[in-house]
Design a protein around this ligand. Structure first.
Ligand code: ADP
Ligand code: MG
Length: 476
């Protein structure tokens, strides 16, 4: 870095420091790296797109002032945004964004989605072509957080990635519920192989796309080309195979491709939303092939893993938020990783739009506003809202220490509802009530259950709350 650049930036920081508070300075200005000054234009490097947008939204006047002061009225600022491709081998891409049009975001690096009906298998000369793997380079092992919930799948995946086609994990079948990381993991394997063994042809395909290609191949009389194409693949990654259920002809074709690849020592990696034994509508001979290798499941991440995932995500975006906020999020969202990520993204969006720092208040407000799936999810805050409007208590009462009957009862009802309506572990429920421990929660739940069965008034009240949440209470 030029000395001049460093000096100019140091001056800018001096000015900025006077304009913003300590916390904002640390969060938004310390991570910036000054890169160069060319023709009166200072280029600064920022860690992410979000970071850039935040600066432009909230601090453009401060930056302008600093530039005016150091470089004069004609001074310009340019952003260089690190686009994290999750890939150590490829250096970050820098986008230069002049600050004259703060409203236009820089172009994204996304590759256009391939259309479902394109037929790569119709290409004749495979060797002379740059074959697209249809892998998303963002999905890497590096950013796949390990926890008890995914240890087996992750380590088997890594073994396969290091020695494709050679281990006994062939095929490798990863199964688990929605949003738990199946696509991420199987693509991470693909990316690893692609980067390590450059001569291997890796292909990622969703089962849906595979089915569509198959149907098209029949329609266009190119079935042979379709099959030949798939038989040349070194590493076939096929996502969501449950989608093949009931599609007899496609399964037959897949069966032949599978056998050919397997016999030639090629690696097959699959994912499914349920274990093979529950894959109804799948031919037995195909199912028995799935069992040749290794089947590993992904489960819901536990509290510690959720924390680690949030931290990783924030780190990737160059954002710092307080531990207590991270903990609050990890305690509040326990469904799946996709939802966890979704909440973080909307939190960042809210912060940006409302020009607020990400703190507890904003986290609470954001979680409350997130539309919850009426069938499935009722959030902690929904329950608190219902309780505080139904009873004469405040949030502070519920979280506080009072042992008064008028407070204890609503508090216990709230705990009971949380136990009923969320999948939160007792420890997390206790956390939401001012850090009470799990035995207090057990006691509350038992107490309310007994009252429901023995006291008609209590039963009626609980029914009403169920109704409020569009739930039906099934009597035990
Ligand atoms: P699935 O295919 O099982 O529905 P995805 O692979 O699409 O789930 O994962 C949903 C989101 O959660 C993705 O953005 C993914 O990167 C992220 N994710 C899932 N598991 C992890 C993990 N262990 N570490 C980091 N990110 C994860
Ligand atoms: Mg998926």
């Amino acid at each position: 870095m030029q000395t001049e650049t460093r000096q100019v930036w140091a001056k800018c920081l001096d000015i900025i420091r006077q304009e913003v508070n300590e916390q904002s300075f640390k969060t938004w200005f310390e991570p910036i790296v000054p890169l160069k000054i060319v023709h009166n234009t200072l280029t600064i490097q920022v860690p992410s797109q979000f970071f850039y947008e935040w600066l432009e939204e909230n601090y453009v006047h401060v930056l302008r002032k600093a530039i005016d002061y150091t470089l004069g009225r004609n001074g310009m600022l340019e952003y260089s945004i690190i686009v994290d491709r999750g890939d150590r081998k490829n250096p970050p891409i820098a986008l230069n964004v002049p600050n004259q049009k703060p409203t236009t975001p820089p172009p994204t690096q996304k590759r256009p989605e391939p259309t479902i009906y394109e037929s790569p298998f119709q290409l004749k000369d495979l060797d002379s072509l740059e074959l697209d793997s249809y892998l998303n380079p963002h999905y890497m092992f590096d950013n796949f957080v390990e926890g008890d919930c995914n240890r087996l799948g992750r380590s088997a995946g890594l073994a396969v990635a290091q020695r494709p086609g050679v281990t006994s994990f062939n095929p490798l079948m990863i199964y688990g519920g929605v949003g738990l990381g199946k696509t991420h993991l199987i693509q991470a394997i693909g990316n690893y192989i692609k980067n390590t063994y450059t001569d291997k042809f890796v292909l990622y395909v969703s089962s849906e796309k595979f089915v569509n290609q198959f149907i098209n191949a029949i329609r266009n009389n190119t079935l042979q080309a379709f099959t030949n194409f798939y038989m040349q693949i070194d590493v076939l990654i096929i996502d969501d195979v449950q989608f093949l259920a009931g599609k007899e002809k496609t399964q037959e074709s897949f069966f032949h491709i599978f056998n050919h690849l397997h016999q030639s020592g090629k690696q097959i990696i699959m994912s499914s939303d349920r274990p093979p034994r529950d894959l109804a509508g799948m031919q037995d001979r195909l199912l028995s092939r799935f069992k040749w290798g290794l089947t590993a499941d992904l489960q819901q991440p536990d509290f510690e893993t959720r924390i680690a995932i949030i931290q990783k995500k924030l780190q990737a975006d160059g954002i710092y938020i307080k531990d207590e906020v991270i903990e609050y999020l990890a305690h509040s969202i326990d469904t799946n990783v996709r939802e966890l990520e979704g909440v973080i993204v909307s939190l960042m969006a809210h912060a940006s739009l409302n020009r607020k720092e990400i703190d507890m208040d904003l986290a609470r407000a954001t979680l409350k506003n997130i539309v919850v799936d009426s069938e499935k999810e009722i959030s902690v805050d929904n329950i608190f809202d219902a309780i505080t409007s139904h009873f004469d208590v405040t949030m502070a009462d519920l979280k506080g220490k009072s042992r008064k009957k008028e407070t204890v009862f609503p508090r216990q009802v709230a705990m009971y509802l949380m136990k009923e309506f969320t999948d939160l572990p007792l420890k997390s429920i206790g956390y939401h009530f001012g850090g009470r421990d799990h035995s207090t929660v057990i006691h509350a739940v038992q107490n309310i259950s007994v009252l429901i069965d023995s006291d008609a008034e209590v039963e009626k009240m609980v029914q009403k709350l169920y109704k409020h949440f569009n739930r039906v209470r099934v009597k035990s």
